[in-house]
Design a protein around this ligand. Sequence first.
Ligand code: BDR
Ligand code: CA
Length: 300
Amino acid sequence: MRVIIDTDPGLDDAVGILYALAEPRFAVEGITAVAGNIGITTTTRNAGSLLAAMACGDVAYAAGAAGPLAGAAINEEAIHGADGMGGVTLPVPLRAPEATGATTFLAARLMEAPTGTLTLLALGPLTNLALLAREAPEAYARINRIIAMGGTIHERGNMGPFAEFNMAADPLAAQEVFAGSVPITLIPLDVTRRLRATPDDLDRLAASGTTAATLSADLIRAYFTGNTERSSRPLHDPCVMLMALEPVLFGTETMRLRVDCEAHPGRLIPAEDGAQIEVAMRIDAPKALDALWAGLSIQR
Ligand code: BDR
Ligand code: CA
């Protein structure tokens, strides 16, 4: 599957990226960074460093938006650390980011590829994709599908009671992407909080010895820092990659949704005139964790 990953790495982003780079069923044709968990300079560098860790110097990456379409930026530095990687050391990038920036990079790749052949895996705020839709609508319309981690349907939010971080960080971008022409599969907290790793799971993962597995185990261990009383941690963003490759692990429902940009920014509101979105509402978590661990354990 030909994919471009749009991301704000971020610990769980990093695990999803490592899985995508290890799994030969994915052809990763680029990574675009967006500000979210941490600022754009750091998320961009982390994208380059994760590619370097996997010896993927041939894969391009680009810096995207430094903040939301409107309003002030928020971040998750408290969870992901000042470096976004929880203090886990990564190699320096093998190449510089694309000089053109994310929107131009995405537009060029989409215009080169046959229509409907590139899937966007969105792991952060949807700012870059909204900008692409605004600035290069012809290229945007060529996206096969956007699979995005974000939002909550019934679960309590993680940015206040109603909103999830990726939606809250840029609700206007999310609303514009929802209302756009490209089909969207959304994976909300209702599902991503079910895919969890315990310290014992991490020992099992690290035992495989591949770079993707050992690095992921270190990154998820860092996710416990400051949350040492937790017995497990959620693996939000890797759900996007699993949905792309293993959709039978999920149960989905079609919903009409819009994104609240005012009272509770980022809250998903069911609305008759809302965008039609395929929303993952169930996951076979044990099988999904096995699939994730198996992909991270593939020797490249
Ligand atoms: C989402 O927010 C970020 O902290 C994670 O990387 C994930 O994309 C979860 O709400
Ligand atoms: Ca993320």
